[in-house]
Design a protein around this ligand. Structure first.
Ligand code: GDP
Length: 360
């Protein structure tokens, strides 16, 4: 799938750079253009592999917005025309989707990403998705409250919001910096593989995933989730039936970007590895298992040829917002917001409730 990436804020820029670099190093050529946007100049200066754009210089003079995501949204709104014209030539007619990438707990990305998605929806015909990073449990109340409002607004604006929980893809006990490195690397490899899986691969059979299958999996909107697991493969494909089942199971049950999210409206299963090692029977069995497990009738599947000694399973879930983890996060966000003393009491439940106000 040909994509354009736009990173907003510090985490957004770093992850966009990682993804772009991974795609280039692997020779996938799925990333068609990338831009990192920030109101903090030093954060942009640390990026080397993507083009950058400073916004809000007239308001914050390159110093960032601290944790003020309302200011982040305002700055993006004010400068959005410059951003859109800067995207000319970066988002070409070949792009099949746009991903706006941001950490949802901060200021510039948290406020700026939903505002940017809103404007991009008016300008471009292709789907505009968000890749949002949720703060881990131990991050402070401001991060939780910011992320809650940002997520709520993204769910309204984006065609789907791919969520990565900062607690999901690293080992316990790593330093915060070390953990970010690990997480960013995993995001780059996994999301990068997803983009590449939707690419046409020369000389391969018919079951390669098509971009439209990724787009259809995400069609119901809401939250999407990505899972991954891999294991060493045997040379003979018939010996790999159990391996395919194992990696598919691990990808969904222990390897997702949003732990515990298993119920979904639609799912996509991509098995990556040397084509001659991928057992048809195993792939079909894993696909049926995924259908049962996600309680979805729409489970698409395909192979991705990859020069590797391992077999990997990539699972994309669309419409996966009915998860305990997301409800627990929204609860944290509401409590944090309440603690800030700004909450209006209200009655409606879940993600659609009004206890967290939209950002704009
Ligand atoms: P902004 O620059 O104002 O948009 O703020 P940040 O991008 O620093 O957003 C803060 C949120 O992103 C917090 O929840 C951080 O934990 C998270 N974050 C910051 N940097 C990284 C990173 O490199 N990787 C990941 N995964 N999360 C990050």
């Amino acid at each position: 799938m040909k994509v354009a990436l736009i990173g907003v804020g510090q985490a957004g820029g770093k992850v966009t750079e990682r993804l772009t670099r991974f795609d280039a190093n692997m020779g996938f050529e799925a990333v068609q253009g990338a831009l990192a946007i920030n109101s903090a100049k030093p954060d942009l200066q640390s990026l080397q592999f993507v083009d950058t754009q400073l916004i809000g210089a007239d308001r914050v003079n390159g110093h960032g917005v601290g944790g003020d995501n309302e200011l982040g949204a305002e700055i993006m709104q004010s400068d959005v025309q410059q951003v859109i014209s800067n995207l000319d030539g970066r988002i070409t007619s070949r792009a099949e989707a746009i991903f706006v990438v941001a950490g949802l707990g901060g200021g510039t990305g948290s406020g700026g990403a939903p505002a940017l998605v809103h404007h991009l929806q008016r300008v471009y015909d292709v789907p505009v998705y968000a890749l949002g990073i949720l703060p881990g449990r131990n991050e402070g109340a401001l991060y939780q409250a910011n992320a809650g409002r940002s997520l709520k607004t993204l769910l309204r604006e984006a065609d789907s919001t791919l969520l990565i929980d900062n607690d999901a893809w690293h080992q316990q006990g790593e330093s915060v910096e070390g953990a970010f490195e690990t997480i960013n690397d995993k995001i780059a490899r996994r999301v990068g593989l997803l983009f590449a899986a939707g690419e046409v691969v020369d000389g391969v059979g018919e079951s390669v995933v098509d971009s439209s299958e990724i787009i259809n999996t995400l069609r119901s909107g809401g939250v999407s989730v990505l899972g991954y697991a891999s294991e060493v493969a045997a040379e003979d494909s018939s010996e790999n039936i159990r391996t395919v089942m194992t990696v598919a199971r691990q990808a969904l049950l222990t390897g997702t970007s949003m732990p515990d999210a298993t119920a979904a409206d639609a799912a996509l299963l991509v098995i990556a590895g040397r084509p001659e090692r991928i057992p048809r029977k195993g792939v079909e069995k894993a696909r049926r298992w995924l259908e049962d497990e996600t309680d979805s009738m729409q489970v698409r599947g395909g192979d991705f040829p990859l020069e590797s000694d391992r077999l990997g399973a990539l699972v994309l879930l669309g419409g996966a917002e009915r998860s305990e983890r997301i409800e627990a996060f929204m609860q944290r966000a509401r409590e944090a917001k309440r603690a800030q003393g700004e909450t209006k009491p209200d009655v409606v439940d879940q993600l659609t409730d009004d206890r967290l106000e939209n950002l704009f």
